[in-house]
Design a protein around this ligand. Structure first.
Ligand SMILES: [Zn+2]
Length: 414
C-alpha cells in the first residue's frame, strides 16, 4: 500500500529517516481527516485523533443526543440531550484540545457532493449500519481516477477505515480501493441478521429495523411492565409489530413487516464502551500510519473478540481477498468510438440500462429514469462542446457504474 506521505514527499530516504519524528508531526498537522458518525465509536475516534495531533477533523452525524447515550458517549452531558451529536462533540473536543479544529455537519452522508469527500485523504467510518457503509465504500471507489494506461493514479486514491462494534466483539478494516478488498467484496460474509445500536433506535430511526427495536426495547418494558415478553407468542409479537408500524409511519419509514419484526426482536446486542474504545484506537493507529507513512497498514481486516468460547478473549487479523465479480470494484474496460459532434446521449444508447456515468468523480449522466431529468441539459451537448466547456477532458476517462460492475469507458473520436 502506498502511503500518502510517500506520494507527496520528494525527500530522499536518508533525509526522511533523519527528520522522521518532525515529518510525522508535520504530516498530522497539515492533513484533514473525516469522521463519519459521532456515536459511541465516533466519540472515541474523535478523542483519539485529536489527542494524536490531528489539527483538523470534520465530523458528520445527523443524530441528536438521547438520554440512553450518556453512559458511554462521553463527550455528551445531561445538558446536551436533544442537541446534535456532531455539534456537541466538536465543541467538547475543541474546548479540551484548543489546537484542534473540529467542523461538524448534521446532514446525511448522501447529501454531500463527491467533491466534499475528495478533500480528505483518509475517511474513518464509525457507523452503525450497513447501508451507509456501502454508500461511503462506493464513494471512495468512485473517486479513484486512472491514467491512459488504465493504471490507478495514486493521488486520487482515498482510504476508508471502517470500524464496527457489536457488544463485546468488534472489527476494523482498511480499504484501499482497487488494492484491497472493498466493503462490497465481503458483503456476503456478513451474518444474516444484523444488530442495531440503542442510540439510533431511540433518537433518529432511519430503517424499519430501528422502529421494531424501539417497540421491543423501549415501548414494551414501559407499557407492559409486568409482562415478560415471550418471543414465541403471536399476541406479544403482534403487539411489537403494530407499535413498530406506528413509529414507522411517524418517521415516514417503509418496510416494517411481521416477519422482519420476528427477525429483529430475536437479535439485539447492547453497546459496550470498552469495545468502542478498543476499535476506535485501532482505527486511529491505522489513520496515523496512513497520514505519516510510518509503518505498514493493517492488511486488511481485524476481528476482536471480547468473548471467545475457546480462548476467552482473542484478536485475529485476516486478509480479505478482492472479489473478482465485486459489484463495486471489479473493472471492465470498454472502448467506444464516437464522433466529436455526436451528442452525449449517444452513450446512453450504447450502455446497459440503469447506468450512471461519472467523469472526474462527479456524476455526468444517468440512465435511471428518476434521476435522468437533473442531467438532461448535458445530454444534448456534443462531445466537442463538453470538451470546450471543460466538463470532460479531451481524453475523457469516463466511469460507468451499473448494478453489476464498474466499467471504465475510453471514448475515442473517429
Ligand atoms: Zn469490491
Amino acid at each position: 500500500m502506498n502511503s500518502i506521505l510517500n506520494t507527496y514527499s520528494p525527500l530522499s530516504k536518508e533525509t526522511y529517516n533523519e527528520y522522521r519524528g518532525q515529518i510525522m508531526i508535520e504530516a498530522l498537522s497539515i492533513q484533514k481527516v473525516l469522521v463519519i458518525g459521532a456515536g459511541g465509536l465516533g466519540c472515541e475516534i474523535l478523542k483519539s485523533l485529536a489527542l494524536s495531533g490531528i489539527k483538523e477533523i470534520h465530523v458528520i452525524d445527523l443524530d441528536t443526543i438521547d438520554l440512553t447515550n450518556l453512559n458511554r458517549q462521553f463527550l455528551f452531558r445531561m445538558k446536551d440531550v436533544g442537541k446534535y451529536k456532531a455539534e456537541v462533540a466538536a465543541e467538547f473536543i475543541m474546548k479540551r484540545i484548543p489546537s484542534c479544529k473540529v467542523i461538524p455537519y448534521t446532514k446525511k452522508i448522501q447529501e454531500f457532493p463527491i467533491s466534499f469527500y475528495q478533500e480528505f485523504s483518509v475517511i474513518i467510518a464509525g457507523l452503525d449500519n450497513i447501508e451507509a457503509r456501502r454508500w461511503i465504500n462506493r464513494v471512495v471507489i468512485q473517486m479513484v481516477q486512472r491514467d491512459e494506461n488504465d493504471k490507478v493514479i495514486d493521488e486520487t486514491r482515498h482510504y476508508l477505515i471502517d470500524g464496527g462494534t457489536e457488544g463485546l466483539n468488534g472489527q476494523a478494516r482498511v480499504i484501499s480501493p482497487f488494492e484491497t478488498a472493498c466493503y462490497e467484496c465481503t458483503i456476503s460474509q456478513l451474518p444474516k441478521q444484523i444488530q442495531y445500536q440503542m442510540c439510533t433506535i431511540a433518537s433518529t430511526p432511519r430503517l424499519p429495523e430501528h422502529c421494531i427495536a424501539y417497540a421491543y426495547e423501549i415501548l414494551w418494558p414501559k407499557q407492559q411492565p409486568d409482562l415478560k415478553l415471550d418471543k414465541d407468542n403471536f399476541d406479544h409479537m403482534n403487539w411489537i409489530y403494530q407499535k413498530a408500524l406506528e413509529r414507522a409511519q411517524q418517521f415516514n419509514i417503509q418496510g416494517v413487516t411481521y416477519k422482519l419484526t420476528l427477525g429483529v426482536v430475536k437479535n439485539i446486542i447492547p453497546a459496550v464502551a470498552s469495545t468502542n474504545a478498543l476499535i476506535a484506537s485501532i482505527c486511529t493507529v491505522e489513520c496515523i500510519k496512513l497520514l505519516t507513512g510510518n509503518g505498514s497498514q493493517l492488511n486488511n481486516y481485524l476481528q476482536w473478540y471480547g468473548q471467545n468460547h475457546q480462548t476467552g478473549i482473542g484478536i485475529n487479523v485476516i486478509q480479505q481477498e478482492r472479489l473478482e465479480e465485486c459489484t463495486e470494484c471489479s473493472i471492465q474496460s470498454l472502448q467506444i468510438k464516437v464522433k466529436r459532434n455526436d451528442k452525449l446521449s449517444v452513450l446512453l444508447t450504447l450502455l446497459p440500462q440503469d447506468i450512471e456515468l461519472y467523469c472526474k468523480g462527479e456524476i455526468l449522466i444517468t440512465n435511471n429514469n428518476i434521476r435522468k431529468q437533473a442531467f438532461a441539459h448535458l445530454l444534448d451537448k456534443t462531445f466537442q462542446e463538453l470538451i470546450d466547456q471543460k466538463i470532460i477532458d479531451e481524453n475523457a476517462q469516463l466511469k460507468a457504474l451499473d448494478k453489476n460492475k464498474t466499467i471504465n469507458l475510453k471514448v475515442e473520436y473517429e
